[in-house]
Ligand binder design. Structure first.
Ligand SMILES: *[C@@H]1O[C@H](CO)[C@@H](O)[C@H](O)[C@H]1NC(C)=O
Ligand SMILES: *[C@@H]1O[C@H](CO)[C@@H](O)[C@H](O)[C@H]1NC(C)=O
Length: 255
């Protein structure tokens, strides 16, 4: 009579413990939840993570996944975090972002840190609809049309523009250059508007070349004439001198 009762009791206990374990799901190793300035914050900094961990509570407003070994962010990785405002993915080894990496965060996400990773490019779709300030510093950017398109979609966090530098995978003459300066001087998107820009550049170059040829021709002509003149007897030299200096001043004005 005692045995079945004890058995039943222990069974209930075991089930009870399992229930609590499930409902208060332990955070992933190295992660902890905190209340910071009244905001639910989930910190997994330097936790040795190689993937976005499961079990991040859905009432998280700030999520720190910095200084881990995350190599990619799959589609919908943060989809269940419906009130997430701040996401720090800096100091990882991110080389690839899904075009849907930040799916579901359009209404709430404000700050995104992707700095100090291995991103050479990111899909522009990843940022569509997001009202974010993003830090893209310290990545080996490819510095091409695609990056220019991305920068039309997002606002950069204040002071982070100078940190967007072209990496070793970029066109050889661009490596080490600051992207924003570059994009101001050169249209990196070759088609459409960019194509029109390039053809006006070519027209300008041709015109300038024409002018240069004209100036060189004039100069050659002038020097030739001068040489002839110096061969002549210099009888009237004192009278001629002022005229000559006037000539050369006209030339310097032309040049
Ligand atoms: C979190 O998930 C629970 C259960 O699915 C839900 O009732 C709750 O509204 C969610 N909270 C937020 C902030 O999305
Ligand atoms: C942007 O990222 C760089 C490199 O991680 C960091 O030094 C800088 O403080 C960040 N700036 C902002 C505004 O987040």
């Amino acid at each position: 009579m005692f045995f079945p009762a004890a058995y039943l009791l222990s069974l209930l206990l075991v089930m009870g413990t399992r229930d609590t374990v499930l409902s208060t799901q332990a955070p992933p190793r190295g992660c902890y939840m905190a209340e910071e300035a009244g905001e639910r914050t989930f910190r997994c900094s330097q936790a040795g993570l190689s993937t976005v961990p499961p079990g991040i509570p859905n009432n998280t407003r700030k999520l720190y996944l910095d200084a881990n070994q995350l190599a990619s962010v799959p589609a919908g990785a943060f989809r269940h975090l419906s009130i997430l405002e701040e996401l720090d993915l800096s100091h990882n080894v991110l080389a690839h972002l899904s075009g849907a990496a930040f799916q579901g965060l359009a209404g709430t996400l404000r700050h995104l840190d992707l700095s100090a990773n291995r991103l050479a490019s990111v899909p522009a779709e990843a940022f569509v609809g997001l009202q974010i300030q993003v830090n893209l510093s310290a990545n080996p950017w490819h510095c091409d049309c695609a990056l220019q398109e991305v920068l039309r979609q997002v606002r950069l966090a204040p002071g982070t523009g100078t940190g967007i530098v072209c990496g070793s995978g970029a066109r050889p003459d661009l490596v080490g250059q600051e992207f924003l300066l570059l994009a101001r001087e050169e249209e990196l998107c070759g088609t459409g508007h960019g194509g029109a820009q390039r053809s006006t550049d070519v027209a300008l170059l041709v015109t300038m070349g024409g002018w240069l040829a004209l100036v060189v021709a004039y100069l050659a002509h002038y020097m030739w004439q001068n040489r002839d003149e110096s061969r002549r007897p210099l009888k009237r030299a004192p009278v001629l001198l002022p005229v000559r200096s006037e000539d050369s001043s006209t030339l310097s004005t032309v040049l």
